[in-house]
Design a protein around this ligand. Structure first.
Ligand code: ATP
Length: 217
């Protein structure tokens, strides 16, 4: 794991973030930090702008005002430093139709220069409870298994900030319990975690801080 570049352990800083679509103001004046080893949960009703903010954090959407920085640098998804710092499971995670679950994880690990990608893929599949599905193509996985594979993709690459949008989706009770364990393990590793979730049990089990999206309205 990379060491923090900010002396106070701050990994993510959101300052006066503002986004609108046409005349619709989605949020403004959103300010918070996430430090290494802590989890911040964004909660709130449907449509308040949680996913929009996450997309701005990972650099696939842009703010209309304010700044978002990771390790002191303004978000730039084309920067190698940014891409090696931020692992995200936001929206549907694309998988190659003709790669097995194991091959997909190997590919992600290799692309990010991780050592021993084959062994890492094997271990990570075991961690997410998918060893038995290692040789299956994505189309043959259940929706919950696909969700686990998507989350696993974030665990086979370097990361200082883990961004998860409703990771509980499609997971059964055992899967949600696993998710709590896994997020807390990430915190132990020193990863900063930003999660959007509608699952209050998950939020209370993992979050050190909460941002209330309902206050953006
Ligand atoms: N590309 C877009 N163009 C126009 N409006 C958009 C766009 N993306 C999101 N919106 C609008 O922005 C608002 C916030 O959407 P967003 O998906 O961020 O909400 P959310 O809080 O994540 O909701 P949910 O809990 O349902 O996932 C909604 O009114 C949505 O219709």
């Amino acid at each position: 794991m990379l060491s923090p570049s900010q002396p106070d352990g701050r990994v993510l800083s959101v300052r006066d973030a503002e986004r609108h679509f046409g005349d619709q103001l989605v949020f403004s004046a959103v300010t918070f930090d996430v430090t290494a080893g802590r989890c911040c949960a964004i909660v709130g009703a449907n449509g308040v702008g949680k996913s929009t903010l996450l997309r701005c954090v990972i650099g696939v959407d842009r703010l209309d005002g304010g700044t978002i920085s990771v390790d002191g640098d303004v978000v730039d998804e084309s920067s190698p430093a940014f891409r090696s710092a931020v692992a995200a499971v936001v929206g549907d995670v694309a998988t190659f139709a003709h790669l097995t679950a194991h091959e997909h994880l190997q590919l992600v690990a290799t692309a990010h220069g991780m050592p021993e990608p084959y062994e890492l893929a094997t271990q990570t599949l075991a961690d997410v409870g998918l060893s038995g599905a290692a040789d299956q193509l994505p189309v043959t996985l259940s929706s919950g298994q696909r969700r686990r594979l998507a989350v696993a993709s974030a665990f086979v690459r370097p990361r200082r900030l883990l961004v998860l949008d409703e990771p509980e989706q499609h997971l059964d009770a055992a899967g949600r319990a696993w998710l709590v364990t896994r997020i807390n393990a990430e915190k132990e590793l020193g990863t900063a975690v930003l999660v959007v979730s509608h699952d209050s049990t998950l939020v209370s089990a993992v979050a050190d801080d909460t941002v209330d999206g309902d206050s953006w309205r």
